[in-house]
Design a protein. Structure first.
Length: 145
């Protein structure tokens, strides 16, 4: 039984490890992704665009001028934004309710990383606080360094 479990685990690890990452053109991004980039990063130029395919996961990554790295799901949903210290995540990226919360509670801080998994939104601020919001934009957790 242990041997069977070991074989299954090794097989699964092999399949998951076989990710295909390749360069694509900007035009090959889902249309939804292109619209988000044009709306939220209008003054940034596209440096590179890649697609990663692994088992059932398809993920797009776009590197923009100014040190931005933006990731999208297979459907074009924005899943992550990372930025440089000099260029924070644009407020346009955040859902309206979260943006309003940030403006009234953390106006002195910049968002340095944004993640969205379809259920939760996670923001990492320049003071290293990690704020977690639910899908309706309500704050559910704050982690301080």
């Amino acid at each position: 039984m242990k041997r069977l479990i070991s074989v299954i685990i090794l097989s699964l690890a092999f399949v998951l490890a076989r990710a295909e990452v390749r360069d694509i053109s900007y035009a090959q991004l889902p249309e939804k992704s292109q619209k988000i980039i044009e709306k939220c990063f209008p003054e940034r130029s596209v440096k590179s665009t890649t697609v990663e395919k692994r088992a059932s996961l398809v993920q797009y990554e776009v590197k923009l001028s100014g040190g931005y790295k933006v990731q999208f799901s297979k459907t074009g949903m924005l899943t992550e934004v990372e930025c440089s210290k000099s260029n924070p995540v644009p407020a346009k990226v955040l859902p309206l309710r979260i943006n309003a919360f940030m403006a009234s509670n953390y106006s002195a801080n910049n968002v340095m990383k944004y993640e969205h998994d379809g259920k939760l939104y996670v923001l990492i601020l320049d003071n290293l606080h990690e704020l977690t919001f639910n899908s309706s934009g309500r704050l559910v957790d704050i982690e301080k360094p």
